[in-house]
Write a protein that binds this ligand. Structure first.
Ligand code: VG1
Ligand code: CO
Length: 543
């Protein structure tokens, strides 16, 4: 088959964000757009001839077309084999699992995660390295640099590969192996958790509901919860992956997972509810009429890890992203293990896990995971909770309240202002940068400022430095306000305000987070001039 070199010119907007390159579908469908970026990846990763790649996506619109293009380009660029999920499907954690299990050189994931899909939605692409984790900044920067000077890409002329049948076929000199997207992942889960105990829990009247949000986790959830753990089939809802996610927003939070939320807050509610996002790496955990914040979830998993077979030997350490609450820090202190604070994005956890410094990682954005792979993992978190519930035989709410009683409660909320004009968002961030020197030691309402800074991180393993990771205002009582611009959106800017206070008093643990944080919310709006500068009087999404 003929390898062609196609002449192209650079696009100037192929800078990967928090998690790969995300753009509108129309942008990705432009001639040469995807090809330029894929060639820039290949130019930056120095794969030896004959190397193996993993490839799959969350099934969103343009997934199959993109896979055919990438396969033809991989063949033309000298790869020896590509492992691709049947139907082009692989969740983000499943890609990480496959890379590690089959020791591939790396992997390409097609997803815009929690962003809506469909012809008018978003598409995305991300490269993961041989450890199974998102490429570190050194690589994403090299990809961006390559994309700015690309002049040609390599591709072969060949008919489409049949993606729906398992097995091998040839594409030029390269082998395409279509693999079962679920099996390897389900087997890994079975090796970590006490499936027998969970099966017993589920057969004893404990009812669960999992919302796959018409995204990638449907087939995984069916195999694990229904086939392997014996849950009734209607325990998994919206289980059919659809190219437009059924018109929904595949983001597992109280706003977008409304069908699940209605079930868990309604009459005759199940005992446990959970949802995952577009590509299966996020999770939301609900009890009956009870929401577990992701920051608390990380802390609770850590505090109960000794109940779970895969973690009984103890935790090396915990890592959380900077805006994530300090609830996990308190557990780490009690366990006498280190706790690391990293910038937002899973790529910063990889080095810590590879070096054996941490076992559990988490982000406030509904992401939790461990060193079993190098991505956050939605179903893993759900199974971890089910394992704890099976061992403790208490309700979700009781487990959380007992946790707060022991460690205190880190009251937490995130307010997102989505789709605001870039100028207004940058204006707010600039103002905060200009002013935060003045606030050092200041009294703002009932709070005294302990420190203000723009978070920067030095990786303890390779010494690389990441600056500009969010403005933090810390108060003397441990409360915090953090401002950050999102790096995953595709339209306008999204400004995130993260709010946290610490409440040791059990008598106040029943308070609603928005009530408990009301004064901090007021301070955040005032010092940032957010209302004046954006014309918004309330956040788009509160989590
Ligand atoms: C968001 C979250 C971040 C997460 C990232 C990717 O990034 O805040 O914690 O790692 O999404 O998650 P940002 O830059 O928009 O705040 V996923 O599930 O969308 O790949
Ligand atoms: Co995701």
């Amino acid at each position: 088959m003929q390898v062609r070199s196609v002449a192209t010119t650079p696009f100037n907007d192929q800078k990967p964000g928090t998690s790969g390159l995300r753009k509108r579908v129309q942008v990705f469908c432009q001639a040469h757009y995807l090809e330029n970026f894929v060639q820039s990846i290949f130019a930056s990763i120095a794969a030896p001839p004959g190397a193996t790649l993993a490839l799959g996506g969350d099934g969103r619109y343009y997934n199959r077309e993109a896979i055919q293009i990438i396969l033809r380009m991989a063949s033309a660029n000298g790869f020896g084999r590509v492992l691709v999920g049947r139907g082009g499907i692989l969740s983000t954690p499943a890609v990480s699992c496959v890379i590690r299990k089959y020791q591939t050189y790396g992997g390409i994931i097609l997803s815009a995660s929690h962003n809506p899909g469909g012809p008018d939605g978003d598409f995305g692409i991300k490269y993961n390295t041989a450890n199974g984790g998102p490429a570190p900044e050194k690589i994403t920067e090299a990809v961006y640099a390559a994309s700015k000077k690309i002049a040609q890409y390599r591709i072969i002329d060949a008919p489409d590969v049949a993606l729906d049948n398992l097995g091998d076929s040839k594409l030029g000199d390269m082998i395409v192996s279509v693999i079962d997207p679920v099996g390897d992942y389900a087997e890994l889960m079975e090796s970590l958790f006490d499936f027998a105990a969970i099966r017993k829990l589920l057969s004893g009247g404990f009812r669960i509901k999992f919302d796959a949000m018409h995204a990638v986790t449907g087939p995984y959830a069916r195999e694990i919860f229904v086939n392997r753990l014996g849950a009734p089939p209607d325990s998994v809802i919206n289980a059919e992956p659809l190219a437009d996610f059924g018109g929904g927003h595949p983001d597992p939070n109280l706003t977008y997972a409304h069908e699940l939320v209605e079930a868990l807050y309604g009459a005759n509610a199940p005992d446990f509810g959970a949802a995952s996002d577009g590509d299966g790496d996020r999770n939301m955990i609900l009890g009956r009429q009870f929401f577990v914040t992701p920051s608390d979830s990380l802390a609770i998993l850590a505090a109960n890890a000794h109940l779970v077979p895969g973690y009984q030997q103890g935790l090396a350490g915990i890592a959380r992203s900077m805006p994530t609450s300090a609830a996990a820090d308190r557990v780490a202190a009690a366990l006498d293990i280190p706790c690391y604070e990293t910038p937002t994005g899973w790529k910063f956890f990889g080095n810590l896990m590879d070096a054996g410094k941490v076992t559990l990682c988490g982000e406030e954005s509904f992401g939790t995971g461990s060193d079993h792979i190098r991505e956050k993992d939605g179903l893993w978190a759900v199974l971890f909770w089910l394992n704890i519930l099976a061992a403790r035989k208490q309700s979700v709410e009781t487990i959380v309240r007992e946790h707060w009683a022991r460690f205190g409660r880190n009251v937490y909320s995130r307010h997102d202002y989505e789709g605001i004009p870039g100028d207004a968002a940058n204006g707010v961030m600039r103002l905060l940068h200009e002013r935060f020197g003045e606030w050092q030691g200041a009294q703002l309402g009932n709070y005294r400022v302990l420190f203000c800074d723009d978070f920067s991180y030095t990786d303890p393993v390779d010494g690389s430095v990441s600056t500009g990771q969010g403005v933090r205002i810390g108060f003397t009582d441990g409360s915090r306000i953090v401002f950050r611009l999102s790096g995953t959106g595709t339209e306008g800017a999204t400004l995130r305000i993260y709010l946290e206070s610490f409440e040791p008093d059990v008598a106040k643990h029943h308070l609603d987070a928005q009530e408990a944080l009301a004064e901090l919310i007021g301070i955040a709006l005032e010092i940032s001039e957010l209302r004046e500068r954006t014309g918004r009087d309330r956040p788009t999404v509160v989590t």
